[in-house]
Design a binder for this molecule. Structure first.
Ligand code: ADP
Ligand code: MG
Length: 451
């Protein structure tokens, strides 16, 4: 085999590219540079420690398996992390805390100090965005994530995370002058500055910072002269090694009416998405809020709220606040009934109909010819175990109960047993025709029972 790191790595990339989403490929694989190959070890260079840790944690198997497949033998992957100072653009980290910024005292940042990393609950949905935000907060302008663009639906934590970057970098002293603004405010101020002949002051205000955060850039769409102005601001900051953080309610490529050169700038940095939180994360967020506000509230009620408010963290928070208000105004305890009342107001009437785990166990037992007590019991016979796993899987799919609760309903099993059951059934459903039709029939009967 030829000892060429480039061609070996290129072969790996070809495989990887077909296995991961484009965005992932662009972000995590394209920046990796092959540097050496000696038949036993392939050495690759990655841009930062954070980068290395991220791929080790998330793509280790993919990388080792691909390398094994491509090289045909046990070639080992070795990383080298770039630490050269050239990677740090001028004026970043070190110099921004001294030098130039000393002459101009920090002006108002417009940050809200309630948005911190400490009170941002991490889940699978936001893990990547949070990690990238943290890396930027620790070394604004000093990572390849410039600009950092956070995008995601309404109420999912974009503003929270973007401001947390500002707050943390100030707190850690890695930056002095942070400016948070929204694209609307930027636009308004720009228009006013033209009206009042103050465009110079306007651009100075924005260019004289170490970290600029612009929230909701989707409002820049179709505003040509503002975009132009923003482009210049952006370039000035970028060239001076300053950090820019942007948020958007949609992926940048869907920002119609946004100039091509701006979009390509965004793509030169890192684009990270925030997805809606899953049930466990929603429960964790509520627990966190309850704890923050010293509210005693039972797990069942939190779970009930989390199961029914699915797409927006702001509404989730709102439901908790409302529940408190209700209970203190009417001087009643916080109960499930009260929670139902509050929910009706928050999400309208159509919260999840109440198919219970018991219903699912009963119907699954009927269809698969296993008694309900066997499903809950300890028996390990194959048919019994399979029916149990199907019932767990459907409970997960249909009730919105947490893994913990589902486990409890199955004779006090652990949540990891439920996770395992779901995985087994998902895999079997792909291959096993009989099981597929059984599960379909259980689902159908459950639906009928809800009418
Ligand atoms: P967006 O800007 O995406 O519309 P926000 O950042 O304003 O959303 O978030 C809405 C509310 O939900 C805020 O009060 C925020 O603190 C809270 N929030 C969102 N995500 C989280 C999270 N992961 N952990 C804790 N609070 C969160
Ligand atoms: Mg926002």
């Amino acid at each position: 085999m030829e000892r060429n790191p480039d061609s070996l790595w290129q072969n790996c990339l070809d495989v990887i590219k077909s296995r991961v989403p484009d965005q992932t490929y662009e972000t995590w694989f394209k920046p990796i540079k092959p540097v050496d190959f000696d038949n036993e070890k392939l050495t690759v260079q990655v841009p930062s420690q954070f980068f290395y840790e991220w791929i080790e944690n998330h793509y280790k198997d993919l990388l080792t398996n691909t390398l094994e497949k491509v090289s045909g033998n046990g070639v080992q992957l070795v990383y080298s992390v770039v630490v050269s100072n050239e990677e740090l653009p001028e004026g970043s980290v070190q110099s921004s805390t001294q030098g130039a910024s000393r002459s101009s005292p920090p002006s108002k940042s417009f940050l809200n100090d309630r948005y911190t990393f400490e009170n941002f609950v991490e889940g699978d949905n936001n893990q990547f965005a949070r990690a990238a935000a943290l890396a930027v907060a620790q070394a604004p302008g000093g990572t390849s994530f410039n600009p950092l663009v956070l995008y995601g639906g309404v109420g999912l934590g974009k503003t929270h995370l973007a401001q947390a970057i500002g707050n943390k970098s100030l707190e850690e002293g890695v930056t002095r002058r942070v400016l948070y603004t929204s694209s609307e405010k930027f636009t308004l101020e720009f228009i006013n500055s033209i009206k009042n002949n103050k465009t110079t002051e306007f651009s100075e205000q924005y260019r004289n910072v170490d970290l600029l955060i612009v929230d909701d850039i989707q409002f820049f769409q179709k505003k040509e002269s503002t975009q132009e102005q923003f482009f210049h601001t952006f370039n000035a900051l970028y060239q001076a090694g300053k950090q820019v953080v942007l948020t958007s309610d949609r992926p940048p490529k869907e920002l119609s009416g946004m100039e091509e050169r701006l979009l390509s700038r965004f793509h030169a940095g890192l684009i990270a998405d925030i997805q809606p939180p899953d049930l466990e994360t929603r429960i964790a967020i509520l627990q966190h809020k309850a704890q923050e506000d010293n509210i005693e509230i039972s797990y069942d009620i939190l779970e009930f709220l989390a199961a029914n408010i699915t797409s927006n963290v702001r509404e989730l928070e709102g439901s908790l606040i409302r529940l408190l208000a209700f209970s203190s105004l009417s001087n009643t305890d916080i109960t499930i009934d009260l929670a139902k009342k509050v929910l009706k107001e928050v999400v309208g009437k159509n919260f999840r109909s109440a198919v219970s785990i018991e219903d699912i166990q009963g119907i699954t037992g009927d269809v698969m010819d296993v008694s309900e007590s066997d499903i809950i019991g300890k028996g390990r016979k194959m048919e019994v175990a399979l029916a149990r796993q199907v019932a767990m899987y459907l409970s997960r799919e249909l009730t919105g109960s947490s893994l913990k609760t589902i486990g409890l309903h199955f004779g006090g099993r652990d949540h990891s047993t439920v996770v395992h059951a779901c995985k087994v059934i998902e895999e079997k459903l792909e291959k096993d025709e009989t099981l597929r039709s059984q599960v379909k029939s259980v689902r159908h009967k459950i639906e009928m029972s809800q009418l």
